[in-house]
Write a protein that binds this ligand. Structure first.
Ligand SMILES: [Zn+2]
Length: 438
């Protein structure tokens, strides 16, 4: 019996997703932390899968696994430059296969498998591209014990500083040594990838990790921007005291001051998101109370604010009001409030030309699209600092992500792969065409 290409494709996607899901801590699915034995094993499997698709594999200095479908210089009518380096264009498609602890089967993984599907299509149709196509598993996209996410894409962008590389975890593992152990060498960690000017496009497919596509029944989200992510440490200092003898009107309760701030920030962020009709969120998800005793008025609170904004205006509006909130709370509760920036990654607008290409590629395949801003950070944000970059979202169930219930269908991944494929063909100068394998 002849199996239709579409069925063969979803079966191949399903097999790859299942296989990668099997590389997990056994008692905590799905856990494949960067540099763990499960991660190393999954990388080996992926390198074999890349090779089986005819890709030439290597690990770059930043520890990214790259499978290259090399341009045929003769057929593409290109010449080697004097240094023996092919003077040619490149297109990158990739995502990541590491997970958070007890994460899902699709976050990042769907993007790597979809990228591989582009290669399968080109191979099956014996299509030569006039550029190198690099399929990339970016190293360690998820936030890790060294306190940094997107290791591989940051490295390509020259943003992995010696300070970050020198960090050591509680088990004494230095980040730089771990990158070396898996095949990188950390050279040029503070320089943009040397062939950046030859990169035509960096493309990524990712699950939405929110509900908009599902609710509105759209196939593909064309992402307009990846939000800026800003973290601040907030210290509230009051005066610890006896909970029985300190009168209510003579307290400097740091936790009550912190509670004022948390509630006010929540209200402020909700107002900004609604009024500006932009993706804007602010969260205090980490808090420590000192001395943390049941019979002691809290004397000090340390907390972390995580703020994400798809617009610079929303960010400025928030920061201005945030300052007032802290000042008012300090005055009302007789405490001192100190705010210091911890980390910042600016808003990354996606390349408008590539967004149009992806939108056209979806349309020609009969898929519906909407434009939306990302809520989460992605490798593509860092890639966009040095090359044209864009990311598409596919729907996921109930918006769930970073949990074992995370789900998207093999068909949704296949549709995303069609969009990437048609986009790559258009970048190769071929007429816009559907690649639906019905
Ligand atoms: Zn991800």
């Amino acid at each position: 019996m002849k199996v239709s290409p579409a069925i063969a494709q979803t079966a191949r996607i399903a097999a790859a997703i299942d296989k990668l899901a099997s590389f997990t801590e056994a008692d905590r699915p799905y856990t494949r932390l960067v540099f763990s034995p499960e991660f190393d094993a999954a990388r080996n499997w992926l390198a074999d899968a890349f090779a089986a698709a005819g890709l030439v594999c290597h690990i770059d200095s930043g520890g990214n696994l790259i499978g290259t479908r090399t341009v045929n210089l003769e057929r593409a009518n290109l010449k080697m430059s004097d240094e023996g380096r092919a003077d040619r264009a490149k297109v990158l498609i990739g995502s990541h296969i590491d997970t958070v602890p007890a994460g899902g089967r699709f976050d990042g993984i769907a993007g790597v498998i979809a990228a591989l599907e582009v290669v399968h299509y080109l191979n099956e149709h014996q299509i030569e591209l006039p550029f190198d196509l690099e399929i990339v598993d970016y190293l360690g996209e998820e936030l890790n014990v060294w306190g940094t996410s997107c290791l591989g894409s940051r490295h390509m962008a020259g943003l992995l500083t010696p300070e970050i590389l020198g960090r050591v975890d509680v088990d004494g593992r230095q980040l730089a040594s771990e990158i070396t152990r898996i095949g990188g060498n950390n050279l040029g960690c503070d320089e943009v990838r040397s062939d950046a000017d030859q990169i035509l496009a960096c493309l990524e497919l990712h699950i939405e990790q929110a509900k908009l596509l599902e609710i509105q029944s759209h196939d593909i989200g064309i992402v307009t921007a990846i939000p800026g992510i800003y973290r601040y440490g907030i210290s509230v200092k009051g005066q610890a005291g006896h909970s029985g003898t300190t009168p209510m009107d003579d307290r400097q309760d740091a936790l009550v001051a912190a509670a004022d701030i948390i509630l006010a920030i929540n209200g402020l962020a909700s107002d900004i998101a609604r009024d500006e009709n932009q993706h804007f969120v602010a969260t205090i998800g980490k808090i420590e109370v000192f001395p943390n005793g049941a019979a002691i008025v809290p004397g000090q609170v340390e907390m972390t604010l995580d703020m994400r904004s798809a617009s610079t205006h929303s960010k400025s509006a928030f920061l201005a009001a945030f300052e007032t909130i802290c000042r008012d709370s300090a005055a009302r509760r007789h405490c001192a409030v100190d705010v210091r920036p911890l980390a910042a990654a600016d808003i990354a607008p996606m390349d408008s030309g590539l967004m149009q290409n992806l939108s056209d590629a979806a349309a020609v395949n009969g898929l519906s699209t909407i434009k939306l801003a990302s809520g989460a950070g992605h490798d593509t944000a860092h890639l966009s600092r040095f090359a044209p970059a864009a990311i598409i979202f596919i729907p996921c169930s109930d918006g769930l992500s970073h949990c074992p219930e995370e789900f998207t269908s093999n068909e949704a991944i296949a549709k995303g792969a069609w969009v990437l494929t048609s986009c790559v063909l258009a970048l190769a100068g071929k007429p816009l065409q559907a690649v639906v394998q019905r």
